[in-house]
Write a protein that binds this ligand. Structure first.
Ligand SMILES: [Zn+2]
Length: 287
């Protein structure tokens, strides 16, 4: 419920002051601390839980690229065919009726498109969502290594990414692309392959490819100008950060995981655990 309140507050703020004000207020709200996770969570009646190596490979913060393939447990379990879910398909079109996506991600997308529609931006078209390994392999064979990633190395194989187009033209120029570039982070999405990060992502600028990571991660990445690779390294280095949006505090802690590891989480607050697909898990404590 609280996430909706935050979104509402963000939307009101945006309406009141424009995106520049919002970005400034987000920047002012960011507070960074190092290495205090255990202490912080235990001070707030933290409890110890066990995480296993398997958990490194599942969740919304997985890094998938040429070095880090998808593990089976990372594939979202709620992938649905969008054309068969009318309730998920308001305010945008599909390139064809085979397009699939994680249902929870589709719901976030729907909320985002709804906000865009209210701004008069309403020509969104999903051209690709979840792809299974066979489809990825076929694409790789057709498009080649310069354009496509091999099967199992694409974020599309997770169900967390989608390619968004506009019936108004190329996403780099279309109002839909511009709107998303500015606003997608509020709904937990990131532009995964930005123009200025090709050396880090190893992928050419893709103004159409969006990835769900969730709040507050999308906010911090935008504020700090981080690609996902950089953000995950940053969390690893800091171990613990907190981010406050309008007085609502999120806490984020990274834990390396070896076989079975004991970590601390707060006993009385809502939290999520995601692996980084490399060597550890990230605990996100919600307000
Ligand atoms: Zn894509």
């Amino acid at each position: 419920m609280k996430k909706w309140v935050i979104l509402f507050v963000l939307i009101v703020l945006l309406g009141a002051g424009g995106s520049h004000y919002l970005k400034e207020s987000v920047g002012d709200a960011l507070r960074i601390e190092d290495g205090k996770a255990l202490e912080t969570f235990s001070r707030k009646d933290g409890i110890a839980i066990h995480v296993t190596e398997e958990q490194i490979y599942e969740g919304n913060l997985l890094l998938v690229n040429r070095e880090h393939p998808v593990h089976q447990q990372g594939v979202k379990s709620d992938v649905v065919n969008l054309s068969q879910h009318e309730e998920l398909m308001q305010g945008y079109g599909l390139l064809d009726n085979t397009i699939r996506l994680s249902e929870s991600v589709a719901q976030k997308f729907l909320t985002m498109v709804d906000a865009a529609n209210q701004d008069g931006v309403n020509h969104f078209l999903i051209s690709s969502g979840y792809r299974d390994e066979m489809e990825q392999e076929q694409l790789y064979q057709e498009m080649g290594a310069d354009v496509a990633l091999p099967a199992g190395y694409s974020e599309h194989n997770l169900g967390l990414s989608l390619d968004i187009g506009s019936s108004e033209g190329q996403m780099g120029q279309a109002p839909e692309g511009k709107w998303l570039k500015e606003n997608a982070w509020k709904y937990g999405f990131i532009l995964r392959y930005p123009e200025d990060k090709t050396a880090i992502t190893g992928i050419e600028y893709e103004p159409w490819h969006f990835r769900y990571v969730g709040l507050p991660h999308s906010m911090i990445m935008l504020e700090k100008g981080f690609a996902l690779e950089e953000y995950l390294n940053y969390l690893k280095e800091k171990r613990y950060i907190s981010a406050t949006i309008d007085g609502e505090e999120y806490e984020i802690a990274y834990y390396p995981v070896v076989i079975r590891t004991s970590i601390h989480v707060p006993a009385n607050r809502d939290y999520e655990i995601s692996g980084n697909n490399m060597d550890g898990v990230i605990v996100t404590v919600n307000p």
